[in-house]
Design a protein around this ligand. Structure first.
Ligand code: SAH
Length: 218
């Protein structure tokens, strides 16, 4: 039994390192980000039936028509965020909690908001399992984001708005960075830096995310 478990552990370490190698080949350069991904067990963020595919570089379903993003995208968005060394980060779209768990290893505090309560509950349980005590998760409220905890010096949006909501821009600290996929059928990963009342916008690359929606699923 123990040998069997060790066997599983070793297999998953080897497959995890293969994924990290692939991310390097895809152009991910930030070693801190690569280390955080290599130390985050992606299989615990998936249902058992899909866990064996956890270290493939693909998006995978997590139920409720939502997906856990492709590791490359998680790494890329995290890398863009980390260029600006934020310490308090807001994530919009907790989903499985994987992105939040990666961030929790790199920044002081993570705040993450989800609109589907059953997904939120599972994500909370995973944070407890991994003892990531610097993560704060909550159900979406009337206003998008987490205005009570604003401003954030980093915001990462993991569902796509058709256009950028003003309420979210106002939660970004002066000098802060936001990474967000914007668009409907086709989306562009976009970086926004706030300088006072100015927002410097850089379009990065085409991506595919589920849409950012209003309302709450209990
Ligand atoms: N970051 C996640 C994947 C996100 S999938 C992970 O690492 O697993 C996108 C998530 O955004 C979905 O779970 C969806 O329910 C959520 N979402 C969509 N609109 C939202 C909103 N307005 N507020 C909060 N969460 C939202």
């Amino acid at each position: 039994m123990v040998a069997e478990l060790q066997g599983i552990g070793m297999t998953s370490r080897r497959t995890r390192m293969r994924l990290i190698q692939r991310l390097r080949e895809s152009g991910i350069r930030d070693e801190r980000v690569l280390t955080a991904l290599s130390e985050t067990p992606r299989h615990i963020f998936l249902d058992e039936a899909l866990a064996h595919r956890a270290y493939e570089d693909t998006a995978l379903p997590i139920g409720y028509q939502q997906t856990l993003s492709q590791p490359y995208i998680v790494a890329r968005m995290t890398e863009v965020l980390m260029e600006h060394a934020p310490s308090r980060v807001l994530e919009l779209g907790t989903g499985s909690g994987y992105q939040a768990a990666v961030l929790a290893q790199l920044v002081d505090e993570v705040f993450s908001v989800e609109r589907i309560n059953p997904l939120l509950n599972k994500a909370r349980e995973r944070m407890r399992t991994l003892r990531l005590r610097n993560t704060n998760l909550r159900l979406a409220g009337d206003v998008i984001g987490w205005p009570e905890q604003a401003p954030f010096d980093g915001i990462i949006v993991t569902a796509a708005p058709a256009s950028l909501p003003d309420e979210l821009l106002s939660q970004l600290a002066d000098g802060g960075v936001m990474v967000v996929p914007i668009g409907e059928a086709s989306q562009i990963l976009t970086k926004i830096i706030r300088q006072g009342d100015d927002y410097e916008v850089t379009e990065l690359e085409p991506v595919r995310f589920v849409p950012l929606l209003g309302g709450v699923v209990r």
